[in-house]
Design a protein around this ligand. Structure first.
Ligand SMILES: Cc1cc2nc3c(=O)[nH]c(=O)nc-3n(C[C@H](O)[C@H](O)[C@H](O)COP(=O)(O)O)c2cc1C
Length: 395
């Protein structure tokens, strides 16, 4: 039997195998609440044998949305969350919610106090075209409110039947902004040295752990490196991983990059500028993408298991399970991950391209994903919902 097919323990949860569907923003919440399309997307992951499917980007508050069409974890979302959890459970799967706050990386025109808040005052290049050009520095009350919002959102999703929550400490969203020396320039107790920059993320993990109680799992997605000058680097990421486990995390999923500066660090492969411009609503941004993207957006060649070496450092440093993410693209790669000692693998694009990959591995196939890293799925999520543009196998 392929080692990926064995059950595994993630905190209080027993997963039926080692495959986790990582968060890939679905683009299926135009009104901020789960839709039938979102429910079916995750039900189909469970139907295809995924052990734990992750609903992407659940904003813990209205201000935590990067843009307005993101899932907002409030009372209005409860019936849809319940239906989603029930649909996943009906197929023998478990479901996790990614808990996120965008901080200063926002195009949300509805934010309180006139501007999105981040660790430090800054320009918000991402929001310029829609009239949200600056980031304000969060004050003490804002920060306490954010800790409470993460805890309340975590409590809400487990009340509606979710098995796990994943706290998003990566990719340049709020908690990653606090961790990053390139973004967090505070001189108070929420910035400065590594301990200060870690303080908010750790307090959030601790509050989320307390909110969900012992019967639900808490995962943490974090950056190995930001890949920007002066950004978070692996040595410190290892210390963050240790600290989140001490604060109650049951597993760590290492990733990397800042979506507003180095978005393709976390994806690798082709940069789909033309397709991203097609789905962009702002004319200014469409133009900017065409003209500046080749200079702004760094490209990164794709390799199988592209985070493996750095993720190994985290795995060796923590007692909790480490999940290998990033280019897990074949039965052989999954076996390598297990041989390395990663307890789970998380997959995004491979599961979008080949939803039946677990059955293929179980049938003994030397499976290799069809995903060719064209990354058009990134543009598709803005169109009619995330999908792989390759025709179905055999079509
Ligand atoms: C279409 C798309 C949407 C994504 N949305 C999210 C997201 O909402 N939250 C997140 O943490 N990562 C997101 N990611 C990054 C993935 O979780 C993952 O890190 C990346 O796809 C690399 O894994 P893979 O090689 O298995 O695809 C997204 C990736 C893709 C392709």
């Amino acid at each position: 039997m392929h080692p990926i097919l064995r059950p595994g323990q993630l905190g209080p949860l027993t997963l039926r195998n080692r495959v986790i569907k990582t968060a890939t923003f679905e683009g299926m919440t135009p009104q901020g609440v789960p839709t039938a399309q979102l429910i079916e997307h995750h039900a189909s992951m469970a139907r295809n044998g995924v052990a734990l499917t992750t609903v992407a980007y659940g904003a813990v508050s209205a201000d935590g949305r990067t843009f307005e069409a993101q899932l907002k974890l409030d009372d209005a979302s409860r019936p849809g969350l319940r239906a989603l959890a029930d649909a996943v459970h009906a197929h023998g799967g478990l479901v996790s919610m990614q808990l996120a706050h965008c901080g200063g990386f926002s195009r949300n025109t509805q934010v309180s106090k006139g501007a999105p808040g981040g660790p430090s005052a800054a320009l918000n290049a991402y929001g310029i075209a829609v009239g949200v050009p600056r980031v304000r520095a969060l004050d003490e009350d804002d920060i306490q409110g954010i800790i409470n919002a993460f805890a309340a959102a975590a409590k809400l999703v487990v009340e509606e039947g979710f098995d796990a929550v994943e706290v998003h400490l990566g990719h340049g969203y709020l908690l990653s902004q606090f961790l990053s020396p390139a973004v967090n320039r505070r001189r108070d107790g929420w910035g400065g040295d590594a301990t200060g920059r870690m303080r908010l993320p750790i307090e959030v993990v601790r509050a989320v752990r307390a909110a969900v109680g012992p019967d639900h799992a808490v995962l943490v997605k974090l950056n190995l490196r930001d890949d920007v000058r002066g950004g978070l680097e692996v040595d410190e990421a290892v210390a963050v991983a240790r600290a989140v486990v001490d604060a109650g995390a049951d597993a760590v999923e290492p990733s990397g990059g800042l979506v507003f500066k180095t978005p393709f660090y976390l994806l690798r492969g082709r940069t789909p500028v033309r397709e991203m411009a097609q789905v962009e609503h702002s004319t200014l941004m469409k133009w900017a993408l065409h003209v500046f993207a080749p200079v702004w957006i760094q490209t990164y060649p794709y390799t199988s298991m592209f985070l493996r070496d750095d993720a190994q450092r985290v795995r060796a440093a923590i007692s909790a399970p480490t999940i290998l993410l990033g280019g897990v693209d074949s039965a052989a790669a999954m076996k390598t991950a297990m041989d390395d000692g990663f307890e789970f693998v998380a997959m995004g694009r491979a599961l979008l391209a080949d939803p039946d990959l677990i059955a293929r591995v179980a049938a003994g196939e030397a499976f290799e994903t069809r995903c060719d890293h064209c990354n058009v799925c990134v543009a598709e999520m803005e169109r009619d919902g995330v999908r792989c543009i390759l025709p179905p196998r055999g079509a």
